[in-house]
Design a protein around this ligand. Structure first.
Ligand SMILES: [Zn+2]
Length: 432
C-alpha cells in the first residue's frame, strides 16, 4: 500500500485514510461550499519509484487496476473489476477545426461499462469503502454516479440505494429525473428514490444512512473518487507516447474529475514518466458556472451561485464547484469557460456526424469549450497545432437521447416505393 494519508489542498491538514467526508477545518457540515471539496490522497512516491516504471506499466492489461500501486486499495480481492478504463483517445480528423490543422483529441469515456467516466472514480471509491467494511453502497446523483455504483454493487454482491435527482447539485429546484438513467440504475438492482429537500438536509440524511445501516455514502469518500479519476490522465499520457497534451478540457460540475486528472498528471511527472504538465480548463454551462465566475473575478475561493439556470447539461449543473478543481486550474495556468446549450448541441452533432462519436450533451461541452477557448484566444497556436489539446467526453449519448427528442423532430413518414423515397432524398439534397 503506497497511499499514506488524505491531504487538504486548502489548509494543508492531513487525515488518516479512514477519514470520511470533507476537511473538518475547512468545510461546515450541511453547508454548500467550495471548501467541502479539498481533499486528495497522498502517496509514498519514493517507494513507488522503486517498484514501478514505464516498462512495467506497458506490460499490464488496460484498465483501472493497471495502475494499482497508484490507487488506494490494498487487498486485490477488493479491486472490483467491471472493465472500467482503457478507453480510446480519438484523434479528431473531420471536424472543421481538425481539417484546419488543429491537433484535437477526445477521450471517449462513454465506452466505460456503465456508459460514463464515473466507472473510474466510483470503481475506486466503492472498492475502498467495501475494503473498509461497508455493508452496502449509497449515493446522491443525477444518474451517472448511480449507474456506476449500482453496477459495482451488483458485481460485489452488496445492496445499493440511489437518491436520484434531476440535476445533482440542485436538490430543491424540482428538475425532472432522467428516465434513461433511472431505468439503467434500476436494472442493476438498486433501490431508487427521489428525495425531497435541500442539499444540506440530504447530506445530513447521507450521514444518518451510514450510521443506521453501516453503508458507505459515495459523497463521504469523495477523495477516493478523485483518485480514480487520475487513471484517465495516466492513460492519456501513455496514449500520447508518454507525453501530456498542452491543455485538457473537462466538463465540470463538482470538479472531482478535473482535480483527479490534474493529480494524475502531477503524479506521473513526479514519477518521471512525463516531462511537462498540461493546462487544465473547466467547461461549465452558462448560468451554472461558479468556476468561471470565480476565475474571471480573481476570487480566492469560488462563491456559491444563488440560483442556476436550466440548461441541457444537468450532470454539470451545480451551484458551486470544489476548491480543489479551482486550485488545479490556477496551478496549471489554465482557466474556465462557459458554454450555451446551442454550443453544446452543435458540438454533440459535429462529434457524431463528423467523427462517429455519440456523447451525452454535458460531455459534448468538452468540444464546445475548446471552441470557445480558441475563439477567446486562450490557447496558443503552438498548443493547438503541435502539442495537441484533449477534451474529456465524459459519457455516452444514449444516456440522454430522450431529452434530445425535443430538439430532433420525429422522422417523416415516406411511402415505401423507390419513387417516393427518391423524391424525398432529392428534397433533402442527398447525393444519389
Ligand atoms: Zn482543510
Amino acid at each position: 500500500m503506497y497511499a499514506t494519508s488524505l491531504h487538504c489542498f486548502y489548509c494543508g491538514a492531513d487525515f488518516p485514510l479512514t477519514h470520511r467526508g470533507s476537511c473538518t477545518n475547512c468545510a461546515t457540515l450541511g453547508e454548500e461550499s467550495a471548501l467541502s471539496e479539498t481533499l486528495g490522497v497522498q502517496y509514498d512516491l519514493a517507494a513507488i519509484k522503486r517498484q514501478l516504471d514505464r516498462d512495467e506499466l506497458v506490460r499490464r492489461a488496460a484498465g483501472l487496476w493497471r495502475y494499482r500501486e497508484l490507487l488506494p486499495v490494498v487487498d486485490p480481492a477488493f479491486r472490483i473489476e467491471l472493465g472500467a478504463g482503457g478507453t480510446r483517445l480519438a484523434p479528431l480528423a473531420r471536424i472543421p477545426e481538425a481539417m484546419a490543422g488543429n491537433r484535437l483529441f477526445m477521450k471517449v469515456e462513454g465506452s466505460n461499462p456503465s456508459g460514463s467516466f464515473k466507472d473510474r472514480p466510483i470503481g475506486v471509491a466503492a472498492s475502498v469503502a467495501l475494503e473498509q467494511g461497508a455493508r452496502g453502497l449509497a449515493c446522491l446523483t443525477s444518474g451517472n454516479i448511480g449507474s456506476a455504483m449500482a453496477a459495482i454493487a451488483a458485481k460485489a454482491g452488496v445492496s445499493s440505494l440511489v437518491l436520484l435527482l434531476g440535476a445533482a447539485g440542485l436538490a430543491d429546484q424540482g428538475a425532472a429525473v432522467n428516465v434513461e438513467k433511472y431505468v439503467q440504475i434500476s436494472t442493476y438492482g438498486a433501490e431508487v428514490v427521489t428525495p425531497v429537500g435541500g442539499l444540506g438536509q440530504l447530506y445530513a440524511l447521507a450521514d444518518r444512512i451510514e450510521a443506521e445501516m453501516g453503508w458507505s455514502f459515495m459523497h463521504n469518500v469523495q477523495a477516493y473518487q478523485t483518485d480514480g479519476d487520475k487513471t484517465t490522465a495516466f492513460e492519456i499520457c501513455e496514449q500520447l507516447g508518454w507525453k501530456a497534451p498542452a491543455a485538457v478540457f473537462v466538463p465540470t460540475g463538482t470538479g472531482t474529475n478535473l482535480f483527479g486528472l490534474w493529480q494524475g498528471f502531477v503524479l506521473f511527472k513526479e514519477l518521471g514518466f512525463i516531462d511537462a504538465l498540461p493546462r487544465m480548463f473547466a467547461v461549465q454551462p452558462l448560468g451554472a458556472a461558479s468556476l468561471v465566475a470565480a476565475w474571471e473575478a480573481h476570487r480566492a475561493i469560488p462563491a456559491v451561485l444563488q440560483q442556476t439556470e436550466a440548461n441541457l447539461a444537468p450532470p454539470i449543473s451545480h451551484r458551486v464547484s470544489g476548491y480543489h478543481a479551482y486550485k488545479a486550474i490556477q496551478e496549471s495556468g489554465g482557466g474556465a469557460v462557459a458554454v450555451a446549450d446551442r454550443e453544446m448541441l452543435a458540438a454533440l452533432k459535429d462529434l457524431a456526424s463528423y467523427e462517429g462519436i455519440y456523447a451525452e450533451t454535458a460531455s459534448a461541452a468538452a468540444l464546445a469549450g475548446i471552441r470557445r477557448a480558441m475563439a477567446l484566444g486562450f490557447l496558443r497556436e503552438e498548443e493547438t497545432r503541435q502539442t495537441g489539446v484533449v477534451g474529456i467526453l465524459t459519457s455516452h449519448g444514449l444516456k440522454n437521447s430522450l431529452a434530445l427528442s425535443q430538439v430532433f423532430t420525429p422522422p417523416p413518414r415516406v411511402e415505401g416505393t423507390w419513387e417516393a423515397l427518391r423524391n424525398y432524398l432529392e428534397s433533402r439534397r442527398v447525393k444519389l
